[in-house]
Design a protein around this ligand. Structure first.
Ligand SMILES: Cc1cc2nc3c(=O)[nH]c(=O)nc-3n(C[C@H](O)[C@H](O)[C@H](O)COP(=O)(O)OP(=O)(O)OC[C@H]3O[C@@H](n4cnc5c(N)ncnc54)[C@H](O)[C@@H]3O)c2cc1C
Length: 473
């Protein structure tokens, strides 16, 4: 069947407002926040119901047309980039909260609902959805489930997977799996919601999500601390875990190169501490009542008096806290101001992150780098400036070789997508990859779901998929 015939069939079977084929209107659906250029899709489909979505998937499967699921396109691994000649399925019209159950402390929403809308709805009910990332305003709940997003509160609350109570998913053959039950205890066989969480759109399209909520902790204390070096920062992390206990919700690390770039070179934020420090930590504690704040301030005074912390700025208001967070979260601007670069999202056991960062600086010799991350849970973000004539491989090979030697992961939270696909073998054994392929093949034998992302499709030889032009349809 020709492209034109497929387009005609899509228009015949789906309402007019679902199918976009105009190249100008489709341009914004080509790529995500990874900077990877996407191809021009054959069509962008924007279903508003599960039935419309299932009809679209059935048609694509019949003609082996590749589908790229898209949420807010804030992904950083190229997972939502369109294929030339394939179809984009955007969840933007499957948007809204369906039900919030205060007593059961659950919230059910359409996959295209922005994360921030979910956070605000939970707060309005005196509850909290604790997954939080800088892209909260645009990232969708379906996208965060598909990538098992982490973010700034993993140290206290875990990743998205910990909060998924149930999912509804449309498979490649258009079967709808309704796994939205909200049981606390349910050991009736394989737990399918965990299979789809973190599957990056390669096994099916998430349409509805049921989330577990927590009691709100409205009293937060935020401080930016200057320390001697990374060893002092990880000693502080141990002290914070021991003394602040469950109230510790964020422990973000910034190396001096990152801080100097954000506050001085690019002047994205005002530096709240005078002089230069050897390491910076943004620490946040949250409590259910105002009384918890005293414990945080007592701990901080002890750390300053004992010299474990050299300098600090404590937020006195919500605006102060936002200004401190802006330093750590100016990532979007940073990607522009730092110039051409490659980004890494490495996971390691927390105590070795600082030593790994030194080792990585060693193998990269005098290349310009910026290092920061959710260091409390062992997540290092690394930006490496490209130099004239550099290939991606020149930079990736030494970094990922080090990750393999240190038994880390090539993706702590952003997912594998397109950008890390060739390095999956540095974090997963041949046996693990084989099981992944068998699951993928079992659920999507024609390989239509997010073709060429995360894994190469079992139905296509790797060498074919490695050629980007071969990824179209
Ligand atoms: C400024 C900024 C800060 C960020 N901070 C963090 C952070 O701290 N932690 C973190 O983990 N990530 C972070 N990210 C990355 C990104 O926000 C997350 O990966 C987010 O989960 C992506 O959601 P999205 O809706 O934008 O998904 P998209 O980018 O649209 O898609 C991401 C992947 O999920 C798939 N997908 C999307 N929706 C569905 C669906 N309904 N069903 C099946 N598959 C689907 C896509 O095919 C793609 O593979 C950040 C990004 C930015 C730009």
């Amino acid at each position: 069947m020709t492209t034109l015939q497929i387009l005609r069939e899509l228009r015949r079977e789906l309402p007019a407002e679902v199918v976009i084929c105009d190249p100008d209107a489709m341009a914004r659906y080509r790529d995500d926040a990874s900077g990877e250029p996407g191809g021009m899709p054959l069509a962008v489909l924007r279903p508003a119901s599960v039935d419309e979505l299932a009809a679209a998937v059935r048609l694509c499967n019949r003609h082996a047309v590749g589908i790229v699921p898209q949420g807010g396109r804030t992904g950083l691994s190229g997972g939502a980039c369109a294929h030339a000649g394939g179809v984009v399925v955007s969840t933007e019209r499957m948007n809204g909260i369906i039900h919030l159950d205060r007593r059961a402390m659950t919230l059910t929403a359409w996959a295209g609902t922005p994360l921030q809308v979910i956070q605000e709805a939970a707060l309005a009910a005196g509850l909290e959805y604790p997954v939080d990332i800088g892209a909260r305003g645009t990232a969708t709940i379906g996208g965060t489930v598909a990538t098992n997003a982490g973010g700034i509160r993993v140290i206290r609350h875990g990743m998205t997977r910990s909060h998924v109570a149930g999912l509804e998913v449309v498979l490649a053959d258009s079967t709808v799996i309704d796994d939205l039950q909200r049981l606390e205890k349910d050991n009736a066989g394989y737990d399918l919601k965990h299979l789809f969480t973190g599957s990056e759109g390669t096994l099916g399209i998430v349409t509805r999500v049921c989330l577990r909520l927590k009691h709100a902790m409205p009293y937060t204390e935020t401080a930016l601390l200057g320390l001697r070096d990374h060893e002092a920062a990880f000693a502080l992390l141990e002290a914070a875990r021991a003394q602040l206990g469950e109230s510790l919700v964020a422990f973000e690390g910034m190396w001096p190169d990152f801080f100097a770039h954000v506050c001085d070179e690019a002047a994205l934020c005002r530096a709240p501490l005078a002089g230069r420090q050897g390491f910076y930590v943004l620490v946040e504690a949250a409590h259910r009542s105002g009384a918890g704040a005293e414990g945080f301030h007592a701990w901080l005074s002890e750390m300053l008096e004992s010299g474990r912390v050299e300098d600090g700025a404590v937020a006195r208001s919500g605006a102060d806290a936002a200004a401190l967070w802006k330093i750590r979260e100016s990532v979007t601007e940073l990607h522009r101001s730092f110039g051409p670069h490659l980004s890494f999202d490495i996971g390691l056991p927390p105590p070795v992150v600082g030593h790994f960062a030194e080792a990585v600086a060693g193998v990269l010799r005098d290349r310009r780098t910026l290092q920061f991350g959710h260091v409390g849970d062992g997540n290092l973000h690394l930006l490496v400036a490209r130099e004239a004539g550099d290939t991606d491989h020149d930079i990736e090979q030494p970094v990922f070789e080090l990750v393999r030697q240190w038994h880390g992961t090539v993706s702590a939270e952003h997912g594998i997508g397109l950008l890390k696909r060739d390095w999956l073998g540095h974090s997963r054994s041949p046996q693990q990859r084989d099981v992944m392929r068998r699951i993928k093949h079992g659920l999507d034998p024609a390989g239509i779901m997010n073709r060429g992302k995360l894994l190469t499709s079992p139905s296509c030889p790797e060498s074919v998929l490695e050629d980007p032009t071969a990824m179209s349809m």
